[in-house]
Design a protein around this ligand. Structure first.
Ligand SMILES: [Ca+2]
Ligand SMILES: [Ca+2]
Length: 465
């Protein structure tokens, strides 16, 4: 293997039937012909995808190797793509980059590299093969004028049958939409635009003629502009992504759709994407308008390279890998809640008055060293059942001894005074009471006085959710 420049083990996929077949698929840079790992050679090293068996010992058996795709050009060492995944259709997908510089030596490097226009190579393509290496019957480029490219480039002018979409620059990471299986590709841009492409199969995504939806190369194979180019689903300029907070973004990496039901429902099917340069993970809604916003920021530069949801102690969590910081796997169990920032005022409403007749919201008075639970959602004040806290004014009257009331979420044992009073005093205090106890929506009021009793009144003035 070669691991210089951007080479190395670039992707791992697990077979959906792994529990019975133990198959994994690895995308890596193969030191072909033991030629060393030069950065200006059109025949070695190469990108390769092989299937291996990973037995219960958790050590890959090298003898189990079955090469599925080979001879993919790796010219300058960078822009190698690297993602490999088994799609919801059971086929193996991989994203392959432009190799940094033109393998044919007739254009240039970076934004001048026009190798992406060549359809007889697998570079700059999303490829799709069956897990045994064969070509799915429904691949878009079949029949006359096409050829297999699984052992290396085909003759000039022919089209690779492995290609599923083409005209990418460095489709480093991709994933599949949960609702319909649509392939979503994060194509790393050159110097100005990062893009997300939806790829149903067969399209030309424009590089290097376009970067995102903007002109990049306007001469040679891009003059005139090729017809029928597919524009990005979403693009963002280098710098600050509109709607988000970090600066210095400029290299899109991992992407993942939020599985419905694991986070608050406003997150269901959102598309998460990461940027390597600014160390952030951002979110797009499931449908236009595609306004981006922050999920996690300040993760450091050269960090996030891959996102995926997987099982965890809390059910399902978001995992991401980092390149900086020595290489780490990190986990996010839930997005930071914005719930406590949404406050609704209501006209002051008396919810609890223990001077009234006995009942859940009335008497009797609280007794020394005792406690009572009071439900604060629903009638008569109308605090919704999903409120996480209420704003209240507490009043204590008729205390027969000095002390305090301690209020907290139901099911807890409050130990701190929420309101203090002397014998015979009437005292009032504003208090925000959390409702996340058991049962939800209910608070416990504990008596912090040694004898007698005291009346408690709770007037609600608003709620948070
Ligand atoms: Ca060329
Ligand atoms: Ca494009």
């Amino acid at each position: 293997m070669c691991s210089n420049s951007e080479r190395g083990l670039l992707g791992v996929a697990v077979d959906p039937a792994f529990a019975s077949n133990n198959f994994i698929y690895l995308y890596y840079t193969f030191n072909k012909n033991a030629a060393g790992c030069p950065t200006s050679n059109a025949t070695s090293p190469v990108e390769r995808i092989s299937r291996f068996t990973l037995p219960g010992t958790n050590v890959v058996d090298p003898a189990s190797k079955v090469v599925l795709l080979d001879g993919v050009l790796n010219f300058a060492g960078n822009h190698n793509g690297g993602q490999v995944r088994v799609g919801p259709d059971g086929y193996l997908y991989a994203g392959i980059g432009d190799g940094g510089c033109d393998y044919a030596g007739d254009s240039g490097c970076g934004g001048a590299n026009d190798a992406s226009r060549d359809r007889n190579i697998l570079n700059e393509k999303i490829v799709r093969i069956a897990t045994d290496g064969s070509i799915p019957a429904t691949n878009p480029f079949q029949g006359s004028g096409t050829a297999r490219c699984n052992a290396g480039p085909a003759s000039a002018g022919t089209i690779c049958r492995e290609a599923f979409g083409w005209g990418f620059r460095n489709p480093f990471r991709f994933t599949f939409r949960l609702t319909d299986g649509m392939l979503a590709v994060n194509d790393v841009g050159q110097s100005a635009w990062e893009e997300i492409d939806l790829v149903p199969g067969g399209g030309d995504y424009g590089w290097p003629c376009l970067e995102g939806s903007h002109p990049n190369l306007t001469t040679g194979k891009c003059s005139p502009l090729p017809p029928n180019l597919v524009g990005p689903y979403f693009e963002y300029p280098h710098g600050t992504i509109p709607g988000t907070s970090p600066s210095g973004c400029g290299a899109i990496t991992g992407g993942a759709f939020v599985p419905p039901g694991i986070w608050p429902s406003t997150w269901d099917n959102d598309y998460l994407f990461a940027d390597f340069n600014c160390g952030g993970i951002f979110t797009l809604p499931p449908s236009p308008p595609l306004n981006a916003s922050d999920l996690a920021t300040g993760l450091g530069t050269s960090t996030v390279v891959e996102l995926d949801f997987g099982p965890s102690p809390v059910g399902t969590s978001l995992y991401y890998t980092t390149y900086g910081s020595g290489g780490q796997v990190r986990r996010i169990d839930a997005p930071h809640s914005s719930a406590s920032t949404e406050f609704t005022t209501i006209a002051p409403c008396r919810m609890v008055d223990t001077r009234g007749s006995n009942g859940p919201l009335g008497g009797p008075a609280l007794a020394a060293n005792g406690s009572r639970d009071f439900p604060l959602t629903g009638a008569p004040c109308g605090v919704p059942a999903d409120a996480v806290a209420v704003a209240t004014k507490l009043t204590v009257m008729g205390a027969t001894s000095a002390g305090s009331m301690r209020l907290g979420p139901a099911g807890t044992t409050p130990t701190l005074a929420t309101i203090s009073f002397g014998a015979g005093q009437t005292r009032a205090n504003d208090a925000t009471l959390a409702l996340f106890g058991t049962p939800a929506g209910t608070v416990t009021a504990a008596s912090g006085f040694a004898s007698g009793s005291a009346h408690l009144i709770i007037d609600v003035t608003g709620y948070y959710r």
